[in-house]
Design a protein around this ligand. Structure first.
Ligand SMILES: NC(=O)c1ccc[n+]([C@@H]2O[C@H](COP(=O)([O-])OP(=O)(O)OC[C@H]3O[C@@H](n4cnc5c(N)ncnc54)[C@H](OP(=O)(O)O)[C@@H]3O)[C@@H](O)[C@H]2O)c1
Length: 288
């Protein structure tokens, strides 16, 4: 008598070269999943999969490039084999463009939205046929900044508010097919993103004229201390990876999941305090 082997669940994650995406790829691979890991370079793919080549397959993919997305969907389909489906898509890749909305270069606002918003829509459209085969699940990585906006974080917050809208639209649209959609909303998480913010901030400042630089100099000085505090309080990326796995494995997942004490705190204040009160508190922080 042959014993039927249990099918390994299959997940695709974008942005797995570092941080939350990398932690999630490793965590799911360790828990028996077959992981297709989106990376932007061969070297990043090699670094990620070297220890777990049987469990993790790198897929080279920049989510802002239509050709990459088409090729990624085709190669996942081919690697899965006839009729096999994808169980989970984790839309994780992201960048942070800092700056005052008055001054930030429009090309940088577009870049922010191309990666954090349009890229995820395009990739999910391409992978949905594979997800439908299993009535799979979509996990979107949002942020508490998709509810609570700090000054000089407007472009990033825009992208995460949009992610929340997309998440809710997909959850309601895909319900008839049994596809669950979950938004993970972390607070501060330890990852490569913090160093990248420093270089993005330097780039932003390099593009400002002297008047614009002076206008926001005080706010910026007071916010730097707040950002540093947030970074010191950051939770490990593994904690978010475990929350993602729980959302994948729960029979009825919560549609929104806050991760980290700051995410829970800010979710509460943004829900219950009036805007006038929040504006006053933020004014205190920024010295206005
Ligand atoms: N860290 C936090 O405090 C925090 C809090 C809330 C939410 N989040 C969200 O969590 C997600 C992961 O961020 P993280 O903190 O783990 O940062 P991270 O370590 O910088 O990881 C970001 C990942 O996205 C990839 N990526 C960037 N642009 C891409 C593109 N055009 N196409 C494909 N991949 C691209 C990066 O690849 P490269 O290495 O090739 O650039 C990297 O693998 C983001 O959506 C972020 O907004 C982070």
């Amino acid at each position: 008598m042959t014993v039927k082997q249990k099918r390994r669940r299959v997940v695709f994650i974008s942005g797995t070269s570092s941080g939350i995406g990398k932690a999630c790829a490793i965590d799911l691979a360790r828990h028996g999943y077959r992981v297709f890991a989106g990376v932007r370079s061969e070297a990043a793919g090699y670094r990620l999969t070297a220890r777990m080549p049987q469990q993790i397959t790198p897929i080279e993919l920049d989510i802002t490039k239509a050709g990459d997305i088409r090729a990624a969907a085709a190669s996942i389909d081919r690697l899965l084999g006839q009729g096999e489906g994808l169980d989970v898509i984790v839309n994780n890749a992201g960048i942070t463009v800092p700056g005052a909305v008055e001054c930030v270069a429009l090309e940088d606002v577009r870049r922010q939205l191309e990666v954090n918003v349009i890229g995820h829509v395009a990739l999910t459209q391409a992978l949905l046929p594979l997800l439908r085969r299993t009535r799979g699940r979509i996990i979107n990585i949002g942020s508490i900044m998709g509810r609570f906006v700090m000054p000089l974080s407007g472009p990033y917050a825009m992208s995460k508010f949009a992610m929340r809208a997309i998440n809710d639209a997909w959850r309601r649209e895909l319900r008839p097919w049994g596809i669950d959609v979950v938004l993970i909303e972390p607070g501060s998480v330890e990852s490569a993103i913090w160093d990248k913010i420093d270089s993005e901030a330097a780039q932003y400042k390099g593009k400002l004229n002297a008047a614009a630089r002076d206008r926001y100099a005080n706010i910026e000085a007071s916010l730097v201390a707040t950002w540093k505090r947030a970074h010191r309080m950051a939770i490990p990326a593994d904690t978010v990876a475990r929350a993602i796995r729980r959302s994948i494995e729960k029979k009825r997942p919560k549609p929104h999941l806050f991760v980290g004490p700051d995410a829970h705190g800010l979710a509460l204040v943004s829900r219950f305090l009036p805007d006038s009160c929040l504006d006053w508190m933020i004014g205190k922080i920024t010295g206005r």
